[in-house]
Ligand binder design. Structure first.
Ligand code: SF4
Length: 355
């Protein structure tokens, strides 16, 4: 619970309050719980970014609230549009840092996915990733995560006449190292008093932090889970993802099995970027198949790599990717090959870095 400091000259962001705090605040002003409901609705259902928008509150009440609180929204800074319809937006945070979000439209399937960030930079230094070359500056707070969905949803309605259908926590940062704000943002996105999205429309993607995968299950999260796998043997995975040294494949497999046992029907996906002459052979596919068999019903997404400056890894050849996918499919694994989107604007997987 957040303590409201009335004497603080620095105003607090009202969106960092929990509902109970807001009710308490209005009570202290002699106002009913109904006022807290109204403000909550403005903040999270209607996405108000100023108190002036709250037109069903009297001017006097709005001024009183504004004496104590502020709203610190993220703001659109640069918008880039790819030839394939993908839109990347750079957002500015209240303290001057930048993050990026990507809208990936698939109109023929009525699928409009937003890929959102949860940290400024990232501490995990995966060797293929542009964000990993930045150091981690800070976690986003829940409103900053929520705002990305809110604003990209508006963008999606404007450009495509369709709301966002899916949210993936796959942008900048490791969601399970920003667990509290990520959890809170999921609450806001899925709550009936927030955006009301179905939890199944949300996917949290992790580079693989076993104890936090188990915590997701313990906390009863109903979102999908994606593991950025990218290599199905420890020696190779250690080379490109240092997190694997403490969270090797055996430890991760055990955590995924725990997640499956302890959640209802949350889906698990392995994300697998195919790198030329590194992880794209049939032997690599065999290793992946062995892993899939330990995590029943797992889906595999094979992703085309997009070149990142200063990284030696290259995109695997299409023929090799297809053979790899066919091999897995032959043994009953649900596999999808995801061709790259938005690469002309550096919006593709692993390319977000605030250039
Ligand atoms: S791939 Fe994800 S976890 Fe790894 S460095 Fe990039 S943002 Fe961080």
């Amino acid at each position: 619970m957040i303590k409201i400091c009335y004497l603080n000259i620095m105003k607090q962001d009202i969106r960092l309050l929990e509902k109970a705090d807001l009710i308490e605040y209005f009570k202290s002003m002699g106002e009913s719980k109904f006022r807290a409901d109204q403000v909550w609705e403005w903040l999270w259902k209607k996405g108000a970014h100023s108190f002036e928008e709250m037109t069903n509150l009297s001017k006097g009440l709005r001024s009183k609230i504004e004496e104590v609180f502020c709203i610190r929204p993220i703001t659109e800074d640069v918008v880039q549009r790819s030839f394939d319809g993908t839109i990347k937006t750079r957002f500015k945070l209240h303290d001057g840092h930048f993050i990026e979000s990507v809208l990936i439209p698939v109109p023929e399937k009525d699928r409009f996915t937003v890929c959102i960030s949860c940290q400024v930079g990232c501490s995990l230094t995966c060797s293929f990733c542009a964000t990993g070359q930045m150091k981690r500056v800070r976690n986003l707070d829940a409103p900053e995560i929520y705002d990305q969905v809110l604003l990209v949803n508006r963008q999606c309605l404007e450009v495509y006449g369709h709301p966002i259908s899916n949210v993936v926590y796959m942008g900048m940062g490791e969601p399970l190292l920003a667990y509290k704000p990520v959890l809170e943002s999921i609450g806001l996105l899925t709550s009936e008093t927030g955006l009301g999205m179905a939890p199944r429309r949300l996917t949290v993607s992790t580079a693989g932090i076993a104890k936090m995968i188990k915590k997701m299950a313990d906390d009863g999260l109903r979102t999908n889970l994606a593991l950025s796998l990218h290599a199905a043997d420890d020696l190779k995975r250690n080379q490109i993802m240092p997190i694997n040294e403490q969270n090797n494949l055996a430890i991760l497999t055990e955590a995924l099995q725990y997640f499956q046992r302890n959640t209802k029907d949350n889906k698990i996906t392995f994300e697998y970027i195919a790198f030329r002459d590194f992880n794209d052979t049939i032997e690599d596919a065999e290793n992946l198949l062995r892993l899939c068999r330990k995590v029943p019903n797992v889906k595999v997404n094979i992703i085309e790599y997009n070149k990142v400056d200063g990284v030696d890894l290259e995109k695997a050849e299409d023929a090799k990717i297809d053979a790899f996918a066919r091999y897995l499919s032959k043994f009953g694994v649900a596999v999808t090959v995801r061709r790259s989107r938005g690469k002309d604007i550096d919006a593709a997987c692993g390319q977000l870095a605030n250039k």
